[in-house]
Design a protein around this ligand. Structure first.
Ligand SMILES: [Zn+2]
Length: 159
């Protein structure tokens, strides 16, 4: 028989019952179906520390679900993003990485490899007004409501 469920406890793909309920509810609220594959993709993303690409998610999830396709992984990731369970981090070259850490945080990007890591520093809600105390008000006067900001530190790791 072909295994349809992820092997429990393997690769961090298994969701707790509580986690599965939360993922299911968020997907359904966004008009997306919950499937075992989507659960497994979320389970991997939740434990991944390196903001994987869709291909990296596919390589790992496939070990537990050999019949999953790359297209299914892409659709699962898009559904998780639509449900607010993950964030898509796009790059200028069209590549994308995925993050399911919910709270605001900063990133570091290795420009040689494209890898993204979380920056070990607290998020500063006041950073924009530190750049310019009048900035948010000036943007509001132009009809632009600030809802947040992103910060990415660029560089490369020594070989
Ligand atoms: Zn992150």
């Amino acid at each position: 028989m072909v295994m349809k469920e992820p092997r429990k406890g393997v690769l961090g793909l298994h969701l707790s019952a509580e986690s599965e309920r939360a993922v299911r509810a968020a997907l359904e609220a966004a008009g997306c179906r919950y499937t075992a594959q989507r659960g497994a993709v979320f389970g991997f993303l939740e434990h991944a520390r390196n903001h994987p690409t869709a291909e990296e998610v596919y390589r790992v999830v496939r070990r537990a679900m050999p019949r999953i396709s790359l297209a299914t992984v892409y659709k699962a990731l898009e559904a998780l993003v639509a449900a607010g369970l993950a964030t898509k981090l796009t790059n200028g070259d069209g590549s994308a990485r995925y993050d399911c850490r919910g709270e605001d945080h900063y990133h570091l990007r290795d420009v040689s490899t494209g890898e993204i890591h979380d920056l070990p520093v607290a998020f500063d809600r006041e950073l924009l007004s530190k750049l310019d105390p009048a900035l948010v008000a000036r943007l509001a006067a132009d009809g632009f409501e600030v809802t947040g900001y992103r910060l990415e530190v660029l560089g490369r790791f020594a070989k």
